[in-house]
Design a protein around this ligand. Structure first.
Ligand SMILES: Cc1cc2nc3c(=O)[nH]c(=O)nc-3n(C[C@H](O)[C@H](O)[C@H](O)COP(=O)(O)OP(=O)(O)OC[C@H]3O[C@@H](n4cnc5c(N)ncnc54)[C@H](O)[C@@H]3O)c2cc1C
Length: 387
């Protein structure tokens, strides 16, 4: 676990000369006097960066505070989960939620020979994903013995003699450990109490220079919102690259080197057992919600040239806007070549390309890496017929 720490507090202090004070929770920001304070300290600021991150959501239902009902957000959460598994010799776990953290944890638990059941109230596995692609992921999970129970409202968790029961509307799931992976929420209470403007999902609203509604206060990372490069509007997508980039941009802006960030395309990748899953831009439903008139193409292609040994299927869904021909998003699933392929579409979204322009891009080909027509180009060609 210690190897996961990129830079320790000591390095910040010794190498960078930063007066880093761990173990201090900021409870108040006094904007008038430009100070912030906690239980045993008060600090004055000229410029302030709020980078308080996000927290795991734990539904307010009976039994979610029982021992063995755990969340995963920080390294110490990870240690707690590993210790619990070891101490209780966990052989059966229920995961509440089916997002990327839930799916990655499902795989991690299977690797420890723990039987996994996943449950959530909404009826579909990954609601943002095209159903044909989502079915590939569902099959992969079921092939590895994961029990999937979407469409099950959870009423409460009960504990009896070291065993937990997740009581749902339609069934009862038994386990020694329950992992709650039901999403995250921005840690914006501090900012809200200080009267700063909030954005989507209660995140802290910032402009493209990361400034909040107070010109002396910046916000960056999972606690703050961002512009979406496809919709042009505000969005809240808590991921690591944006958090990192926004932090650096604030540092530049504070020292007077002006940096403005165009925003995010919603690019994300994750692994589900032997599958790579990737997305960027808008799904069909999101495109409709933001006023586009979208069409989609779904194709099944190959990760290598057809005769090349080891080739496997790769699915691509691509979305475009009928009136303007603009490329709006893409999703990919496959055993190889799906994760990083999505980046070509992400760049195209940043440049606001049309599907036609994208279909003319000179993408790489050699038999070990794909067919002559890259799966993204095949998807774009099929999508063009619908625009
Ligand atoms: C299990 C897991 C897997 C993930 N995998 C990926 C991935 O594959 N790709 C990806 O892009 N992203 C991933 N993420 C998301 C990524 O970790 C976050 O986007 C990133 O860490 C956000 O960084 P941050 O600095 O904004 O927040 P954090 O890293 O959460 O840091 C916030 C800090 O603020 C402190 N803090 C909060 N409130 C206060 C207060 N009042 N006073 C003082 N300090 C306070 C917290 O203690 C914490 O140290 C994953 C997240 C999890 C939980």
């Amino acid at each position: 676990m210690d190897d996961l720490v990129v830079r320790s507090a000591d390095v910040f202090k010794e190498k960078q000369g930063i007066d880093l004070q761990t173990g201090h929770q900021v409870l108040r920001i006094d904007r008038e006097n430009m100070t912030l304070s906690g239980e045993a300290f008060r600090v004055a600021y000229d410029k302030l960066l709020i980078a308080t991150g996000a927290s795991a959501v734990k539904p307010e239902l009976p039994g979610f505070d029982l021992p063995g009902v755990l969340t995963l957000k920080s390294l110490s959460d990870g240690r707690r989960i590993k210790d619990f598994i070891r101490a209780r010799k966990v052989s059966k776990a229920v995961i509440i939620g089916m997002g990327y953290i839930a799916l990655e944890m499902g795989e991690a638990l299977l690797a420890r020979d723990i039987q996994v059941e996943m449950v959530k109230p909404r009826p579909t596995l990954l609601p943002w994903m095209n159903p044909e692609l989502a079915a590939v992921i569902r099959d992969e999970l079921e092939k590895h013995g994961v029990g999937l129970h979407p469409g099950n409202s959870i009423q409460r968790i009960e504990g009896r003699k070291g065993r937990l029961q997740v009581i749902c509307d339609n069934q009862v799931l038994e386990a020694q450990m329950v992992l709650v992976a039901a999403g995250v929420k921005p840690n914006s209470d501090l900012a809200a109490r200080a009267g700063l403007e909030l954005g989507p999902a209660g995140s802290i609203a910032v402009d493209d220079s990361l400034q909040t509604s107070d010109k002396n206060i910046y916000a960056a990372g999972d606690c703050a919102d961002a512009y979406h490069v496809v919709t042009g509007g505000k969005t809240w997508i808590p991921l690591a690259l944006r958090a990192n980039r926004a932090g650096w941009a604030v540092a530049d802006n504070v020292v007077g080197r002006e940096v403005r960030l165009p925003g995010v395309a919603g690019t994300a990748v994750f692994k589900v057992l032997d599958l790579q899953v990737a997305r960027t831009g808008l799904s069909i439903a999101e495109a409709e919600r933001f006023g586009f008139r979208p069409a989609e193409a779904v194709i099944k292609s190959r990760s290598r040239a057809h005769a090349h040994p080891g080739n496997s299927a790769i699915w691509v869904q691509m979305v475009g806007d009928i009136p303007t021909g603009r490329l709006l998003g893409a999703q990919l699933v496959g055993r190889e070549g799906a994760a990083h392929r999505v980046n070509a579409v992400a760049v195209a979204l940043h440049r606001q390309m049309t599907v036609e322009a994208f279909s003319q891009c000179d993408l790489a080909y050699a038999p070990p890496f794909g067919p002559v027509w890259d799966p993204l180009l095949t998807a774009a060609n099929q999508l063009l017929k619908k625009l």
